[in-house]
Design a protein. Structure first.
Length: 41
């Protein structure tokens, strides 16, 4: 299990990468400057 910082998680690639890392049981810190529907969910 790794600790990973993912930036741009409201975009397509950042969101997909975050999903993969969470599925691998990695600890994920996600950040993005944009506010959108994916962050509100």
């Amino acid at each position: 299990m790794a600790r990973v910082l993912v930036t741009g998680t409201n975009g397509f690639l950042g969101f997909a990468a975050t999903e993969v890392l969470i599925a691998r049981c990695d600890k994920v810190i996600a950040t993005d400057v944009a506010i959108g529907p994916r962050l509100a969910a």
